[in-house]
Design a protein. Structure first.
Length: 257
């Protein structure tokens, strides 16, 4: 899954693709480089980010998802709002990537079910302006697993087919360095319930804390290694910025067995 943020303030690439034509061009380039899914987002989820109105979010993402879907790309919309998801599904989106795991908008589950779309449910604590704070974890992998399974059951109760649901442990969302590493290492434990697991560790702040690299783009080598390790540990999907390097690394890892 390739990341295409159409925002002015995302932590890694905010502003890079604020131009719609550039965002579409980059998305198509990612497909050529081997991305299976293009994940388009119009609201920053970095800690401390301001909330974006649904109207502004739609203004940002709709031309991009339309342009990509029209050219045959498999497009995911990274949104927590049903009104945004609905318009994007009308435009050809096939996957809803909901960072709130159906908690922020009670209409989202029924919408995804009615459209027979696929859904990614992500774990997070709190909301961005609260810096994703919450109660301490007892066992971060088990706590996140329990939360995601409860949200998956909520999705199924709304009518979403089990086979259309994937789980994302929410790397960087209310976790410290050790907890993020534990979740990547524990991808197999998350996958034991039978849902595909998606890991999005690309360029995240914990990599900077481990390496001392302040610029997100400088974290690409570590991000590629973590993507390979996540797949080796049980992840089915990795959400990345550097598609070409990740594809190469995954191909070599697969050949190594």
């Amino acid at each position: 899954m390739a990341i295409v943020n159409v925002t002015p303030d995302s932590f890694s690439d905010g502003g890079d693709r604020y131009d719609k034509a550039q965002a579409i061009s980059d998305g198509l380039r990612f497909v050529d480089q081997g991305a299976d899914i293009i994940d388009v987002g119009g609201e920053s989820t970095r800690p401390g980010s301001a909330e974006t109105s649904p109207e502004e979010e739609l203004r940002r993402v709709l031309p991009v998802v339309e342009g990509l879907a029209r050219r045959g790309a498999v497009v995911s919309i990274d949104t927590r709002r049903a009104v945004v998801a609905r318009a994007c599904l009308d435009a050809g989106v096939r996957i809803v990537n909901d960072v709130s795991a159906l908690r922020d908008d009670p209409a989202m589950g029924a919408l995804v079910a009615r459209r027979s779309a696929s859904l990614v449910l992500m774990h997070r604590r709190g909301v961005s302006h609260e810096k994703y704070e919450g109660a301490p974890y007892r066992d971060v992998v088990e706590d996140v697993r329990a939360f995601l399974l409860e949200r998956a059951r909520a999705g199924e109760a709304a009518g979403i087919e089990r086979g259309r649901i994937a789980l994302d442990p929410g790397i960087g969302f209310g976790k410290n360095v050790a907890e993020n590493i534990s979740l990547i290492a524990g991808a197999g434990r998350l996958a034991e319930a039978g849902y595909p697991v998606m890991v999005g560790s690309s360029r995240k702040g914990f990599i900077g804390k481990l390496t001392g690299l302040k610029a997100p783009r400088d974290r690409d080598p570590a991000s590629v290694w973590l993507a390979v390790e996540a797949v080796r540990r049980g992840a089915a999907i990795v959400r990345v910025h550097d598609v070409a390097a990740t594809r190469q690394a995954l191909a070599v890892a697969a050949a190594m067995g």
